[in-house]
Design a protein around this ligand. Structure first.
Ligand SMILES: Nc1nc2c(ncn2[C@@H]2O[C@H](COP(=O)(O)OP(=O)(O)OP(=O)(O)O)[C@@H](O)[C@H]2O)c(=O)[nH]1
Ligand SMILES: [Mg+2]
Length: 226
């Protein structure tokens, strides 16, 4: 009985708790990196967060792990220019990717961004999925679409999230995502709606992350209608 329980535990990854709430016991900053040789060792499965500068990537991570300031958020867009790795429950890694699209970032930084992100998406063996974040009040731009192309090209399972939803009224909550669907070509059900202010959508995003971490069940949304 006891042996079976242990075997069962070994076969069921502890981070997969679909239908239950994800329990966060520890969250820890591991390191920052720009190049593969500086990434943390290939050990834990990983979920990265991508989106335009100031869209709310760091805020989303903080809400997920119930920490006010694990990841630095900022009203000055373009502050995060490194790939930041965080370990959760010593079980899996969350990665805050530098944002794109901020006009005032120096040209050299802008030029470095593309190869840095492309290389990460292409080469990171432990990457199980990317939470791709869009602002409900903004029609996706060229850089958002380029990011989606890369995710598709490298076959990274993608969890599209529309954030800052508390900023708009009920009717815009229906209307705005339609513009986002038209621009990205993704269906309405592909998107989870989220607000870092009200924490709405948090549990659903955790469920989708758990699914992506569990490789077998992970769903490649972008490839779904191919
Ligand atoms: N109203 C509202 N504000 C939000 C929400 N999410 C983030 N913000 C605010 O948006 C600003 C940017 O948030 P960050 O989480 O720092 O955004 P980021 O995507 O990490 O930005 P960079 O690191 O510069 O790429 C901050 O002032 C946040 O407080 C949200 O759901 N609702
Ligand atoms: Mg940030």
């Amino acid at each position: 009985m006891c042996g079976w329980a242990i075997l069962h535990r070994l076969q069921t990854p502890v981070y997969v708790q679909t239908g239950e709430q994800m329990k966060i016991t520890t969250t820890e900053f591991i390191k920052s990196a720009t190049r593969p040789e500086n990434y943390p060792p290939v050990e834990l499965p990983e979920i990265a967060f991508a989106g335009r500068s100031n869209v709310g990537k760091s805020s989303l991570i903080n809400v997920l792990v119930n920490r006010r300031n694990l990841v630095r958020t900022s009203s000055t867009p373009g502050r995060t220019q490194l790939i930041n790795f965080f370990a959760v429950n010593a079980d899996f890694t969350l990665v805050d990717l530098p944002g794109y699209g901020f006009a005032k970032v120096p040209l050299a930084v802008k030029k470095a961004w593309g190869p840095m992100i492309r290389t990460y998406l292409e080469q990171r063996e432990t990457l199980k999925g990317v939470v791709f974040i869009l602002d409900i009040r903004r029609v996706p731009g060229d850089e958002d679409l380029k990011m989606l192309d890369w995710l598709e090209e490298f076959e990274v399972p993608t969890i599209p999230v529309i954030t800052k939803i508390e900023k708009v009224n009920r009717s815009q909550r229906d209307a705005e995502p339609r513009k986002i669907m038209a621009a990205t070509g993704l269906p309405r059900d592909a998107f989870s709606l989220f607000s870092a202010t009200t924490r709405e959508g948090r549990d659903e995003i955790w469920e989708r992350i758990a699914e992506a971490l569990d490789e077998e069940d992970g769903m490649d949304l972008l490839g779904a209608d191919a």
